[in-house]
Design a binder for this molecule. Structure first.
Ligand code: NDP
Length: 384
């Protein structure tokens, strides 16, 4: 296995580019400022491929979040829901009626491969349980369709790598459903930090958790969830620490607490983890399935940012040393899907990215957190 730092460095936009870019985007405000947040990866290709049409999306997994994304897409300017992949036949007529989906764009998990012969679908948005993301991505890539995959990208970094390889081999794009990368409050804070308004970041404190209900749900089964609170919502804290730091962690320590070993027999209930970054920045993060909490605090030599709520569907709220944040309130999944349409159809990139490498970078640290809990002590990511 290559050193993880070299993995982290692949495909990342150079820091200077990121900084200049983010300085630019903080000049605007409101929804109109969302469009310029997308960078052109290959301007020549961009000029060639100006699309005159919307991104045509099929959703795989018509559950709670799949329903939320579908509804949000009704307001998209650049993306439209045209197909479904489901293992529940009773959902088909309901979705067909609600979204006008034709019979020819309806699939189940066994017939996904047939999508290869359907020119009317561009991308499949995988919104199934975490441990199925890997298999489902391989299926969609083999059918020659672009992939948007929900977080966490996979159940292990090894599977995340296989997903990237499959998409690369098939010549399709792989994006991860990091909706906050498109969200105005989040982008404002990232922009301020990268423009140097908070000086040198030296501490991040963030947490997210919720009280989980139904003890029979897939989120509590390791075979489907891959892990517990950490995989489900702790990944937001990890991802935020990474995009605020604008560098990759080099070590992690982690501790687990279980108050209900019966309900959480297979997956983690509460995990605290700490990340160390090359600049000396440290992040202290926590996640749980035992109570509701969410907050993000970033402290620098010249100022701070605080958001609470920081990770939910909004409205998000926050303040900095300069005063309250006052950004447009948006439906996260609407701006996400419009942004992803631009990435896929116009060959744009986003900073911080939403590509497979970004998902893999999170998976590498998630693996290290679980390893630290298993083995105890500090896990040095750099030299693994
Ligand atoms: P749900 O249980 O509500 O829906 C999952 C759907 O996956 C099911 O309805 C089903 O759809 C399909 N599915 C396929 N195989 C299985 C299986 N073996 N067991 C259960 N369901 C199966 O989960 P969520 O929608 O809450 O979560 C799905 C994914 O979305 C997860 O990866 C989660 O992390 C992510 N998510 C992301 C959020 C975000 O804000 N970005 C928020 C919430 C979730 P069908 O019947 O159509 O086959």
């Amino acid at each position: 296995m290559p050193p993880l730092l070299s993995v982290f460095n692949q495909n990342l936009v150079p820091m200077d580019s990121r900084r200049n870019f983010l300085q630019k985007i903080t000049l605007g405000s409101g929804l109109a400022s969302l469009a310029p947040t997308l960078l052109s990866a290959t301007p020549a290709a961009d000029a060639r491929q100006k699309p005159a049409r919307k991104l045509r999306v099929a959703i795989m997994g018509l559950g709670s979040y799949g329903n939320r994304v579908a509804k949000a897409m009704k307001d998209c300017k650049s993306a439209e829901l045209v197909g479904i992949v489901t293992g529940s036949p009773e959902k088909i007529p309901v979705w067909q009626k609600e979204y006008g989906i034709p019979d020819k764009n309806v699939y189940n998990y066994e017939t996904v491969g047939q999508m290869k012969n359907n020119p009317d679908i561009d991308v499949v948005y995988i919104i199934t349980p975490n441990s199925l993301h890997h298999t489902h991505t391989l299926q969609v890539a083999a059918a020659g369709k672009h992939v948007i995959c929900e977080k966490p990208m996979a159940d292990t970094a090894a599977n995340a790598r296989k997903m990237m390889a499959a998409c690369e081999k098939a010549g399709v794009k792989l994006l991860i459903g990091y909706r906050l990368h498109f969200e105005p409050y989040t982008r404002k804070v990232i922009g301020m930090i990268q423009a140097g308004e908070m000086g040198k970041l030296n501490y991040i404190d963030n947490y997210q958790g919720f009280k989980i209900g139904d003890p029979t749900q897939w989120r509590l089964k390791k075979s489907l969830a891959g892990g517990g609170a950490l995989m489900d919502v702790g990944v937001y804290c990890l991802n935020a620490a990474r995009y605020l730091a604008n560098e990759e962690p080099i070590w992690v320590t982690a501790q687990e607490t279980k108050t209900d070993p019966v309900k959480f027999a297979e997956v983690d209930e509460t995990i605290q983890f700490q990340l160390g970054f090359p600049s000396g920045l440290v992040a202290s993060c926590a996640t749980t399935y035992n109570f509701n909490f969410e907050r993000l605090y970033a402290h620098g030599t010249k100022g701070f940012a605080e958001m609470s709520p920081a990770y939910g569907y909004g409205p998000l709220k926050g303040r900095t040393h300069k005063g309250p944040l006052d950004e447009p309130i948006v439906t996260h999944q609407t701006v996400q899907m419009d942004g992803m349409a631009d990435i896929i159809l116009n060959n744009k990139t986003l900073n911080p990215p939403v590509d497979g490498q970004e998902g893999l970078n999170d998976m590498i640290v998630l693996d290290a957190i679980y390893k630290s809990i298993r083995d105890g002590g500090r896990k040095v990511i750099l030299n693994e």
